[in-house]
Design a protein around this ligand. Structure first.
Ligand code: HEC
Length: 113
């Protein structure tokens, strides 16, 4: 008698559907709607910015206003970028502000040791 039978989960079809935008980056940015804490898109920043010693500058300890200003400069093209111009264009001012506040408040995007 081995009592532990599988609970009989039915496979839930996970449809990613056709809603996924062109770029994989876009998908990254819009995905994390399930988490309550970070505003939409915020947790995607840590994928690049949270890597200690990486080529991408860390956002740790950066004031929200500075992040917002940088993002606006990337969006308008005032500041040259390799990827941030495209990323910044994916967010409205409000979203950018929410993300910046979240990061400045010491979020996981900072990936502090
Ligand atoms: C695909 C990797 C990637 C992701 C995701 C990403 N960044 Fe960046 N970020 C970069 C790179 C690379 C740079 C340097 C500028 C460039 O080449 O685009 C940068 C630069 C920046 C800068 C300027 C930093 C400095 O010291 O000058 C800010 C602010 C910034 N990113 C904010 C964000 C925010 C906010 C998010 C999330 C919405 C984000 N980034 C997501 C790669 C990324």
């Amino acid at each position: 008698m081995s009592g532990a039978a599988a609970p009989g989960r039915t496979a839930r079809p996970r449809r990613l559907g056709a809603a996924i935008p062109v770029a994989a980056l876009g998908a990254l940015l819009w995905a994390p709607a399930a988490h309550a804490a970070p505003p939409p898109g915020a947790s995607s920043c840590s994928g690049c910015h949270g890597v200690a010693g990486g080529a991408v500058p860390a956002l740790a300890g950066r004031p929200a206003g500075e992040i917002v200003a940088d993002m606006q400069a990337f969006r308008t093209g005032a500041r040259p970028a390799t990827v941030m111009d495209r990323i910044a264009k994916g967010f409205t001012d409000e979203e950018t502000r929410a993300i910046a506040d979240w990061i400045a408040a010491g979020s996981r995007a900072n990936a502090q040791p």
